[in-house]
Design a protein around this ligand. Structure first.
Ligand code: NZQ
Ligand code: ZN
Length: 392
């Protein structure tokens, strides 16, 4: 047991209207999910769906629908690219979007959906969090388990011109449906499997390793996802065609960020917030930034997060012996070792990235009013610098 002050669970509203179709062969259900008679714009990325057969499966299923296409949405989707899709939606009177790809295509499509019906400068949806009042309905076919974007209402968009990476969300931006077929992920390179496992793992940690609250079910959901990722992440890497391991990992990623485990509990999104800056300045993959930052953040915040770190050490890593400080340190070391074992290096130098933007990152976060960060708002500028310094 962990003697400590537990805070009461906060009031919450849980709303998740996404119809999720999970499993092998589910793309054939598309024809039933896309509204009859709709003029559809299918959005996708750099071409992986053409190489792995997903593109053909989608077209076979939508043989009776009018489908236009917009390809070329890049990883960390760019505002500049997405605005070209917005023009297509408006010019062609598109009434349904279908995102086929990873988190970037899904997020990009959320932005297209909102921007196409927005009056004013669409960048302000991100820069000033202007409210979304209307959105083009859309569905998704997910090909990369990581972000949870298939079952949430958030999106992250980058702007090339200013090297910014910003997020927004709206209840109007949940997909109408998402098709999640684990077999579509067999073609992922190991680097993207690693990114996906790390991203899902960190989503859970940021909703769980905070301060104790009277939410035992949320804690146990979180611990179940973490332990399952520890088993099925490495199994997926070792046996890419193992459907059981793959589908388990995919479902973990969806459940990690669909709102369920975060109901009524404190959250700490500092790792993500700092990580987005590392991508904005250096183009690192989202998962890589998290693998670099999370162990450092847990270390810098080890006193502040003491009780939950001890719980994490015991229930996720089976660490029950030794001093409290020793168990916490070992849990953080094990977390880093897991990311490394998945093939996701945890230092900036592993990616040939230096410290030249550290001060700019702190200044930006301060400028946006995001510092101090964390569930206790005690990750101040000095501690952000510490987290970054440890990342070298
Ligand atoms: O563009 P294509 O050719 O499709 O290739 C992609 C891309 O190069 C490739 N890929 C995707 N599915 C594949 C595949 N390659 C082979 N086989 C497949 N089945 O993988 C590469 C990376 O794809 P991307 O979509 O960028 O990865 P991910 O799903 O990790 O998404 C990352 C983006 O999502 C944001 C991140 O910040 C980043 O911009 N996030 C979105 C969140 C949300 N909406 O809730 C939360 C997350 O924390 C995250 O911030
Ligand atoms: Zn993430």
């Amino acid at each position: 047991m962990f003697p400590c002050q537990e805070i009461p669970v906060f009031n919450f509203t849980f709303y998740n209207p996404v119809r999720l179709l999970f499993g092998a062969g589910q793309i054939s259900s598309l024809s039933r999910e896309v509204p009859k008679g709709a003029k559809v714009l299918m959005t996708y990325g750099g071409g992986s769906i053409k190489a792995n057969g997903v593109y053909d499966q989608v077209h076979r299923s939508l043989i009776d629908s009018e489908v236009l296409e917009f390809g070329g949405i890049e990883a960390n989707p760019l505002f500049e690219t997405l605005m070209r899709a917005v023009e297509v939606v408006q010019r062609e009177n598109i009434d349904f979007l279908l995102a086929v790809g990873g988190g970037s295509v899904l997020d990009g499509t959320k932005f297209i959906s909102a921007a196409a019906r927005f009056e004013g400068d669409p960048w302000t949806l991100l820069s000033r969090h202007m409210p979304v009042k209307d959105a083009v309905p859309y569905g998704t076919v997910l090909t990369l388990p990581a972000t949870g974007s298939e079952m949430n209402s958030g999106a992250v968009v980058s702007r090339k011109m200013t090297r910014e990476k910003l997020s927004f969300s709206s209840p109007l931006l949940f997909p109408k449906f998402s098709i999640v077929d684990p077999e579509t992920t067999y073609s992922l390179p190991p680097r993207q499997v690693a990114n996906g496992v790390v991203d899902a793992f960190v989503h859970v940690v940021e909703q769980y390793v905070t301060v104790p609250s009277k939410a035992p079910l949320q804690d146990r959901f979180s611990e179940a996802i973490l332990r399952t990722l520890l088993e099925d992440g490495p199994r997926t890497l070792a046996n890419p065609m193992d459907y059981d391991a793959r589908s388990s990992f995919v479902w973990c990623a969806t459940m990690a960020l669909n709102g369920l485990i975060g109901c009524g509990v404190p959250q700490d999104w500092a790792t993500h917030q700092i990580g987005h800056e590392l991508t904005a300045f250096h183009g690192l993959d989202h998962g890589q930034t998290l693998a670099i930052l999370l162990p450092n953040l847990l270390w810098v915040q080890r006193d502040s997060k003491r009780e939950k770190l001890l719980q994490y050490a015991e229930r996720v890593w089976d660490l029950r012996e030794g001093s409290e400080a020793g168990r916490i340190e070992q849990a953080i070391i094990s977390t880093r070792a897991f990311f490394e074992k998945m093939g996701c290096p945890t230092h900036l130098s592993d990616y040939s990235v230096g410290s030249e933007h550290f001060e700019e990152i702190v200044a930006r976060l301060e400028g946006r009013g995001m510092i101090p960060m964390g569930e206790k708002k005690n990750l101040d500028a000095a501690r952000v610098r510490e987290v970054l310094a440890m990342a070298r």
